[in-house]
Design a protein around this ligand. Structure first.
Ligand SMILES: NC(=O)c1ccc[n+]([C@@H]2O[C@H](COP(=O)([O-])OP(=O)(O)OC[C@H]3O[C@@H](n4cnc5c(N)ncnc54)[C@H](OP(=O)(O)O)[C@@H]3O)[C@@H](O)[C@H]2O)c1
Length: 415
């Protein structure tokens, strides 16, 4: 039966109940017309914990399902948020495709966390499976929805670009001291190292800031990619050991390291042939107070800048203040004493609230989101070009057909 839009409410099912699942749940408190009615993840205690948290937030009658199939069959679930690890993406999407096409699932839309997949081939397959099942789709790139980015982009384009010319340079950096679960550190499971894990944010938020409002992202054409990677910190013998102690023996950076630093220089052109540049750097080797996002947008007579650690709220705690380690001040927090920045509303500043509001409203009304799996594919093509450039030590010129089946060196198995 054809769906009648708008739906009164969009009823969600989460696949995954880990770190980002709980962040999305926090964000949904600021979203209207939504319920979270189901969750599936393999460990019963974890999916039940998320279901309880949904109940506590009065965001829905959330059932903890013991299989993906059961979640997809639930009559009170309209859309799926894929929040599971990168290596599970394709299998989850294959199941969704099969069950929707056979009529066993009535879902109408799917949103997927970054990066869309581990390789360009996988990303294209994610898109194909979704469109083949006639599903609406959204790519969950939160930095595009960061409140400072939305506000800054709007002002720059309306006041400054309109009178003096479009912006030509976007700088984007994201750094922290390293991810929280072993699978992130394994190139084969995650798709690469920090370039794949975090530069996916930077290249997309930079493309977003450079895109003229009202135009689609593909109004910008990638011309060249120049990438470099390095292993700066976690291959040092004492940090190899520390990583093993924290993550278990499966993460051995003496034998199988992935890069913990990456740098990118991308050249692009817009629909009128104007030359644009994206400069990006990222690392898992930054030990400051916590996660740091730095963004800049430069044009002929103006500049915008944002740094997530330049917070209005700061707390000082003397050496007499003692307590458990936590992430209650800022994501990937590294200290509990001294002068600490505090992000007073992380789900909003990082963009999760506006991101979820946008996806929910688009899916509820049958509209196309501003970030779709097409953008997820475009991001993956850029990341693969950067890995290839770093591997060759050369600038990669686009289009580059060999990227279609390319696997970054750190993600190759059996090598
Ligand atoms: N936007 C951002 O800034 C941001 C930040 C962090 C992560 N992410 C992305 O979000 C995704 C998840 O990351 P995370 O940090 O939440 O990871 P995580 O903490 O390791 O959580 C992963 C969750 O997925 C579940 N899972 C594992 N295998 C599964 C399968 N086959 N089917 C369904 N669920 C499965 C796990 O289940 P159990 O707990 O039940 O075992 C766990 O609940 C990744 O793609 C990551 O890149 C994005």
């Amino acid at each position: 039966m054809a769906t009648t839009y708008p739906l009164k409410k969009l009823r969600l099912g989460f696949v995954g109940s880990g770190f980002i699942g709980h962040f999305h749940l926090q964000a949904m408190i600021g979203v209207r017309n939504v319920e979270i009615n189901g969750v599936y993840s393999p460990t019963p205690a974890n999916r039940e914990k998320l279901a309880r948290a949904v109940g506590d937030a009065e965001l829905g009658d959330c059932k903890a399902h013991d299989s993906l199939k059961s979640l997809l069959q639930a009559p009170d679930v309209d859309a799926i948020w894929i929040l599971s690890p990168n290596y599970t993406r394709l299998e989850v999407m294959q199941t969704i495709n099969r069950m929707v096409k056979s009529g066993d699932s009535k879902i109408i839309a799917v949103a997927c966390e970054k990066p869309l997949a581990r390789t360009l081939a996988e990303a294209r397959e994610m898109l194909r499976l979704t469109e083949d099942a006639n599903l609406n789709h959204g790519y969950l790139e939160n930095q595009v929805f960061c409140t400072p980015v939305l506000r800054g982009k709007e002002i720059i384009w309306r006041r400054a670009a309109a009178t003096t010319g479009r912006p030509y340079l976007a700088r984007a950096a994201e750094e922290h001291s390293g991810p929280h679960e072993p699978w992130f550190w394994r190139g084969d499971l995650q798709g690469g190292g920090v370039l794949s894990d975090m530069m996916c944010h930077s290249v997309e938020v930079a493309r977003f800031m450079l895109t003229e409002p009202g135009r689609s992202r593909d109004s910008l054409r990638l011309k060249t990619a120049n990438g470099a990677v390095a292993s700066l910190k976690w291959t040092r013998p004492n940090y190899v050991k520390r990583l093993k102690d924290m993550m278990g023996n499966e993460v051995d950076y003496a034998k199988r390291p992935a890069e913990d630093f990456a740098r990118a220089l991308l050249t692009l052109e817009d629909q009128d042939g104007a030359e644009l540049v994206i400069e990006s750097t990222t690392s898992w080797a930054y030990v400051g107070p916590g996660l740091r996002i730095q963004l800049e947008l430069l044009g002929p007579e103006y500049a915008m800048e944002f740094s997530s650690l330049n917070t209005g709220l700061k707390i000082f705690m003397s050496r007499e203040v003692r307590g458990a380690q936590g992430e209650d001040l800022v994501e990937k927090q590294n200290a509990e004493q001294g002068l600490m920045p505090v992000l007073d509303d992380e789900p909003s500043v990082y963009g999760y609230v506006d991101e979820n509001r946008h996806m929910v409203e688009c899916f509820r009304k049958g509209l196309t989101p501003i970030e779709t799996f097409h953008d997820g594919v475009a991001v993956m093509e850029i990341l693969m070009a950067l890995y290839r450039s770093a591997e060759l030590g050369e600038v990669v010129k686009m289009p580059c057909p060999e990227l279609e089946n390319y696997i970054p060196p750190v993600a190759r198995t059996g090598s």
